[in-house]
Ligand binder design. Structure first.
Ligand SMILES: NC(=O)C1=CN([C@@H]2O[C@H](COP(=O)(O)OP(=O)(O)OC[C@H]3O[C@@H](n4cnc5c(N)ncnc54)[C@H](OP(=O)(O)O)[C@@H]3O)[C@@H](O)[C@H]2O)C=CC1
Length: 399
């Protein structure tokens, strides 16, 4: 399925390489039907700050299909992630603003009003003319890149290559709990870590921070692929992560976690969802000279560009990662940074695992569209046990 989609969508590259040929008078020609809606309800922010910058409006700009490979999705449910809380406070603004497509933000140079929310489950309302893999009324799920307007709104526009058909076995609320953490775990474990369903069966994987969004997904995917999975989490999450499939569980609240971990057989890959001082000891837990990798999701990349500007921030980042990679390479282990990467084809593969009963959605709490500030409060307090989801509009099968 994914390969068919790759072939079909290779046509997009021509159009995407020439965005300058698109002008406003041509925009409507790219979509299969005309629209009369110009505004929609959404939660927006007009400046960076704490929860009080969140503002509900009925007059947010309706998304427009600016490129022929785009689709408009009516949002039934939106998942929240720690990055939404960070972006509300201005995290990544320098880099993300640079990546924002001027055709997909308002005519002003500003990113505001900005719509947060990175996960969506909903139904396709409109397709660009080059979209072959999807049709109007298809039920879909997707993770929205942080440089695009988000899903805390009634509609969102996405590239078709970011979108995937939703698993039939999940409600929209459940489906909205998966795409962002799935695309992140996939990028870190598959693209960066080199794991796949065929090479995991004899591998020992350590997940630092297993009880949150990324961890709960990663445990299930790795167990479906036959890996042995060790997890660190709080003592009160032990049963929860074991139910998801974790083989060994180490309580990080009981004392320095590196001591019990070093008593275990060494690992082939470590996924670090915690950061901080973990780098000081975690790489010693890998099997040296065997291709073993440490992949951390907690990187200073966006902080560097926020603090130093794009050019200096990127130079600082490159220098930091190169120095660390070299330092560990001489000890026989690989040091890597992992990043979220939007991918509809990866979600196609995840859908198959979900519909086969190998991965379940872990929804910790749901909120209504009027409760978005409360949902942010929940995520900001931390101690996640799975995902927080906002139900956006009536009409989904579960709403
Ligand atoms: N680089 C990238 O592109 C991306 C990076 N990330 C980053 O990855 C990290 C994980 O994301 P996500 O899973 O969504 O976050 P969540 O907030 O959903 O989960 C974090 C989990 O870690 C647990 N935890 C906290 N401290 C420790 C510790 N010292 N040891 C073990 N567990 C701990 C928390 O529970 P408790 O405190 O109760 O123990 C919580 O369950 C975040 O820092 C996020 O910013 C996420 C996505 C993309």
């Amino acid at each position: 399925m994914a390969s068919v989609r790759h072939i079909i969508n290779s046509r997009w590259l021509f159009h995407l390489s020439k965005p300058q040929i698109v002008n406003s008078s041509l925009l409507r020609l790219f979509s299969t039907s005309s629209r009369c809606m110009t505004i929609m309800p959404a939660w927006v922010i007009d400046k960076y700050g704490s929860n009080d910058v969140l503002r509900f409006t009925k007059n947010a700009s309706f998304p427009i299909i600016n490129y022929p490979n785009e689709v408009i999705v009516k949002v039934f449910a939106a998942g929240l992630n720690p990055i939404d809380v960070s972006m509300r406070g201005g995290y990544g603004a320098a880099t993300l603003s640079m990546k924002r497509d001027p055709l997909n933000i308002k005519q002003s140079d500003s990113e505001f009003p900005l719509i947060l929310g990175r996960d969506v489950s909903g139904v396709i309302m409109e397709c660009g003319l080059d979209v072959k893999y999807f049709r109007e009324r298809d039920e879909v799920w997707a993770a929205i890149p942080p440089w695009k307007q988000g899903s805390l709104a009634e509609f969102v526009v996405l590239s078709a290559n970011e979108v995937s058909h939703k698993p039939k076995s999940l409600s929209h609320t459940e489906a909205a709990a998966i795409p962002y953490v799935a695309n992140t775990a996939w990028s870190a474990l598959v693209n960066t870590g080199g794991l796949n369903k065929d090479n995991c069966s004899k591998k020992r994987i350590l997940i630092l921070g297993g009880s949150g969004g990324v961890g709960t997904f990663a445990i299930q995917m790795l167990k479906a692929w036959g890996a042995h999975v060790t997890v660190t989490c709080s003592q009160n999450a032990e049963r929860f992560v074991r139910e998801l499939g974790a083989d060994d569980v180490v309580d990080y609240t009981a004392g320095p976690v590196e001591e019990p971990l070093s008593a275990l057989e060494k690992f082939d890959l470590i996924l670090d969802n915690v950061g901080g001082d973990t780098e000081r000891w975690a790489l010693n837990l890998l099997k040296p000279w065997s291709g073993a990798k440490y992949v951390t999701l907690v990187t200073p990349f966006l902080q560097n560009t926020d603090r130093l500007g794009i050019a200096d921030g990127m130079m600082q980042t490159a220098a930091t990662v190169a120095t660390k990679a070299l330092k560990h390479l001489v000890k026989g282990v690989h040091y890597r940074w992992g990043f979220f990467a939007p991918s509809g084809p990866a979600l196609d593969e995840v859908r198959e695992m979900v519909d086969a009963g190998q991965i379940r959605a872990v929804v910790e709490e749901t909120f209504s569209f009027s409760q978005v500030p409360e949902a942010f409060d929940k995520v900001e307090k931390g101690h996640a046990r799975g995902k927080t989801v906002v139900q956006i509009s009536k009409g989904g099968d579960d709403l």
